[in-house]
Design a binder for this molecule. Structure first.
Ligand SMILES: Nc1ncnc2c1ncn2[C@@H]1O[C@H](COP(=O)(O)OP(=O)(O)O)[C@@H](O)[C@H]1O
Ligand SMILES: [Mg+2]
Length: 212
C-alpha cells in the first residue's frame, strides 16, 4: 500500500488546521508523528482515515483518491481518542460485536489480539469496570484484530504503565513486520524515536521529516 498526501490544507471556519502537508507513506514501515497538543496529529490521522476532507489538495491510496474513488481506506485499523465500546459487555463480547460487522475473523483471532494487547480474553469484567489502561488495550486489540493493511494509532500508549508501553511497542513492531503501514502519533518524542522507522514533527499544522 502506498499513501500519498499531496499538498493538503485543511481549514475549519477560519482556523488553519493542516498547512500544505505533503507526505508519501508505504507498507512495512512505522511512521511516527510527534508534536505538542493541538499541533494537528489527530487531524492528520482523521484525514488519512477519510473522516475529514481536505480543503485543498488530495490523498491517494494506491493511486485512488480518498473521498472520490472511495469513502474510506480499504483495510483500516483505527484507534483515535476514546474508543466507543459498550459499557455493559465484556471486552471480548465488544470485539465479537465489532468483528461481526465484517465477519472475516473468528474467536481465535479475537483471542490472539486481546492476548497480544495484554488482556485476558476470559476476563468476565464488563467494559465499564475496565481501568483506563485496559480500555486503551482493548482499543488497540480492536484496531489490529482484523490484520488491516493500514493501522492508525493515535496516542497508543496513553494511560499505560512502563511495562504496558513496552508490550504495545512490541505489538506495533509485529504489525509492521507482517507488512502493515503504521502511523503512530504521540507527544512523547523519546518513545517515538525508539519506535518509528521515520519520524515527523507536527507543528501548527505543518509536517516535517526529522532525521533520526
Ligand atoms: N472538531 C474541530 N473543529 C475545529 N477545530 C478543531 C476540531 N478538532 C480539533 N480542532 C483544532 O485543530 C487543531 C489540531 O488539533 P488536533 O489534531 O486534535 O491536535 P493534536 O492531536 O496534535 O493534539 C487544534 O488547533 C484544535 O483546536
Ligand atoms: Mg491528538
Amino acid at each position: 500500500m502506498r499513501i500519498e498526501i499531496r499538498d493538503v490544507t485543511k481549514t475549519i471556519k477560519s482556523a488553519l488546521i493542516l498547512d500544505r502537508v505533503t507526505l508519501t507513506l508505504e507498507s512495512g514501515r512505522i511512521y511516527g508523528l510527534q508534536g505538542p497538543n493541538g499541533s494537528g496529529k489527530t487531524m492528520l490521522m482523521r484525514l488519512v482515515a477519510g473522516l475529514i476532507r481536505p480543503t485543498k489538495g488530495e490523498v491517494l491510496i494506491d493511486g485512488r483518491r480518498l473521498g472520490r474513488d472511495m469513502d474510506f481506506p480499504p483495510s483500516l485499523g483505527l484507534l483515535i481518542e476514546n474508543p466507543a465500546f459498550l459499557p455493559e459487555y465484556t471486552g471480548k463480547r465488544n470485539l465479537e460485536l465489532l468483528a461481526g460487522l465484517q465477519n472475516r475473523i473468528g474467536d481465535g483471532e479475537i483471542r490472539t489480539a486481546m492476548t497480544d494487547a495484554g488482556l485476558d480474553p476470559d476476563d468476565r469484567r464488563k467494559y465499564r469496570k475496565y481501568s483506563l489502561g485496559m480500555k486503551q488495550r482493548l482499543g488497540i486489540a480492536a484496531a489490529v484484530m482484523e490484520k488491516p493493511e493500514l493501522l492508525l494509532l493515535d496516542e497508543p500508549t496513553n494511560a499505560l504503565d512502563e511495562g504496558g508501553v513496552e508490550e504495545i511497542c512490541r505489538l506495533i513492531r509485529r504489525e509492521r513486520d507482517r507488512g502493515a503501514l503504521v502511523i503512530a502519533a504521540c507527544h512523547d518524542r523519546e518513545l517515538l524515536e525508539g519506535l518509528a522507522d521515520e519520524l515527523y514533527t507536527v507543528a501548527e499544522g505543518r509536517v516535517e521529516r526529522r532525521e533520526a
